[in-house]
Design a protein around this ligand. Sequence first.
Ligand SMILES: *Cc1c(COP(=O)(O)O)cnc(C)c1O
Length: 236
Amino acid sequence: MNEESHLEAVRRAVRDILSELPPHVTLVAAAKMRTAEELLAACEAGIHAIGHNYVQDAEAMRAVLGGRARWHFIGHLQKNKSKKAAQLFDMIETLDSFELASRLDKECALIGKVLPILIEINSGCESAKAGVMPEDAEPLALRLATLEHLRLQGLMTMGPFTENPEEARPFFRVTKDAFDRLACAAIPNVEMRFLSMGMSNTYKVAIEEGANIVRIGTKLFGARPSQNKLNIGNAG
Ligand SMILES: *Cc1c(COP(=O)(O)O)cnc(C)c1O
């Protein structure tokens, strides 16, 4: 496929998905390994939020795309990148430790910014995975509430990778339960508004389970370059 028709396919995919999403759901375009041109096409077709896993790449992309979109950090944030991250992003979706939070809080204080954050939940309770265990969300939330330059606004989860979207449902449910418990706890300074769950193959199930942010890459842009070797012919 040539460049023009690929960008046209991106625009079409964005419009198609936006047209089927309920109006309360925000579509975050997952930008890892994509070009600024692809993201620009996505914004032209109605994307208002971009999710990035890498601080450096996001910085370069933001220089091109600027204020066209809100910038969500959705990767694993290294502590030595917290200064840059505090400057670049409008939301950190993957907060999973108080230590990282207090670094971000200090950086935000220096630039007079209040940064929205989500706690990442390790909904599969897998020891090697990022995120906090569902039962640890509330103790962490109570501590985050004391940081003046961060504002906890909800939860995010990845869940274990599954071929069959139905297999993701229990992990979304666990995350929604943690979300509801936090909402009931009514912690001052905490405003439970956003539940970020679901990717290309699972977003429909995630929305049924209460997601109001979905993060989609492959279904907008095609298979990622590194996936092409595995998924020949699945790049459309
Ligand atoms: C890559 C990524 C996505 C999007 O995944 P796709 O399967 O390409 O839609 C969503 N969330 C996070 C955190 C990601 O890293």
